[in-house]
Ligand binder design. Structure first.
Ligand code: DGP
Length: 114
């Protein structure tokens, strides 16, 4: 499958790993927008939030259970924000479900740029 994040999971594209288990892989974003900018992805290919269903939502639950630990491993000691962009209006550029964890500084309070 021609998916850049599947290639990262397979080790075909190098990445800065923060955490890994049987279900998920977490690594540093190539264009960090904060001192801690980690992406958490399921090892199973799920294209976006739109593809979450009763069959695969357990994977998402496991990711959310692990996010506090991954955030701390990534360097967010004083809070963090979790973002999942879905579709063109949200600016999703990689169509493999991913959760951005941002922290390590005081983040702007607004939820979008306008
Ligand atoms: P989104 O806009 O939510 O689809 O964000 C995709 C993110 O993926 C973006 O912040 C940059 C990151 N990214 C894209 N390609 C690579 C890559 O090859 N390596 C790493 N570490 N991050 C990547």
């Amino acid at each position: 499958m021609d998916c850049i994040f599947c290639k990262i999971i397979a080790g075909d594209i190098p990445s800065a790993k923060v955490y890994e288990d049987d279900t998920m892989y977490a690594f540093r974003d190539i264009n960090p927008e904060a001192p801690c900018h980690v992406l958490v992805i399921p090892k199973k290919h799920i294209a976006s939030m739109d593809e979450i269903n009763a069959e695969n939502s357990g994977i998402v639950a496991k990711i959310y259970e692990k996010i506090p630990e991954i955030a701390r491993l990534g360097g967010a000691e004083n809070g963090y924000r979790v973002i999942a962009n879905c579709g063109p209006d949200a600016g999703q550029t990689v169509f493999h479900l991913h959760f951005h964890i941002l922290g390590g500084k005081t983040l702007p309070v607004h939820l979008c740029n306008e």
